[in-house]
Design a protein around this ligand. Structure first.
Ligand code: PAF
Length: 280
């Protein structure tokens, strides 16, 4: 496995290797990332993982500085997964000058939910992902794998790829969960032992919301605010708990139809903000 830091070294490492399968990450890899890597492996001729904590997608008060950076450990686990190339650019490699050209995603999709609570987040994500795609694929066809835990992110990226006519297949991988049901996330490392034992309450709240939405005994906004209140009563600070249409993440129009919906949630437990979702 080659570990490269510069775009030039990445391109040299990729030359003549065929079609890349690519897994972009911010490092601090856990079993969820490794599931993405395993899924990506047979989808290309050469498997590339990137590790880059992207400043552009963090708000000033967020955890950019404290985000765990564990490059050596990450490389060991990637090597064990038969990754071919790790692209781990320094900030000066990926952003040698301030990134003044940015991708402005469709506000209908990107300014709701995560984008509402983290303004500019998807501009930062799309800008770095487009740049990473340029580095890895250079306009050639390939496949990139993203996790479905970041449900809105994979939708925004799909839309970007479609609208810019990039020859890249976007594959989404199922959410990896701990045995108690907590969605795996690098940010779970911030949880105290007590918070960790409570953290599964978020996914349980989504299950309850989905069940009560289908039972449809009350209007959806009432069910959503009841769900937020119940989670709040367990000590969480809720950003949103909501049921949306899978196709566009808008509030469902008309009768709720199982098989087309997703319950999405974001909430803070202590200083840790967690997100999760459940298709139903
Ligand atoms: O999902 C992530 O880890 C990041 O948002 C990504 C896609 C690597 C872009 O920085």
């Amino acid at each position: 496995m080659q570990v490269v830091h510069t775009i030039a070294d990445l391109r040299a490492a990729l030359a003549g290797r065929g079609r890349p399968a690519f897994v972009p990450t911010m490092g601090n890899l856990h079993a969820g990332h490794l599931a993405l890597v395993r899924q990506a492996k047979p989808l290309g001729d050469v498997l590339v993982a990137s590790i880059f904590v992207n400043r552009l997608q963090f708000l000033p008060h967020e955890d950019f500085d404290s985000y765990p950076r564990t490059l050596q450990k990450d490389c060991k686990v990637l090597e064990a997964e038969s990754c071919d190339i790790v692209f781990a650019p320094r900030e000066s490699d990926l952003y040698p000058q301030p990134q003044t050209f940015v991708v402005q995603p469709d506000p209908q999709l990107a300014d709701i939910l995560e984008g509402h609570f983290r303004p500019g987040f998807f501009t930062g994500v799309c800008t770095v992902v487009l740049k990473l795609f340029g580095c890895v694929f250079g306009g050639n066809p390939g496949t990139a794998v993203f996790g479905r835990k970041d449900y809105q992110q994979q939708m925004v990226i799909r839309q970007m790829v479609r609208q810019f006519a990039l020859p890249i297949d976007i594959v989404t991988a199922d959410i990896s969960r701990a045995p108690d049901g907590l969605a795996l996330s690098s940010r779970n490392a911030y949880l105290s032992p007590e918070e960790r034992s409570q953290a599964v309450q978020l996914s349980r709240a989504l299950q309850t919301l989905a069940q009560s939405a289908l039972a449809a005994r009350q209007a959806l906004p009432t069910l959503e605010s009841d769900a937020a209140q119940a989670l709040g009563a367990q000590g969480w600070e809720v950003d949103y708990l909501t049921v949306r249409q899978r196709g566009d993440l808008q509030a469902p129009a008309g009768a709720l139809e199982a098989g087309h919906l997703v319950a999405l949630g974001a909430a803070r437990l202590g200083r840790t903000r967690l997100i999760d979702n459940l298709e139903f």
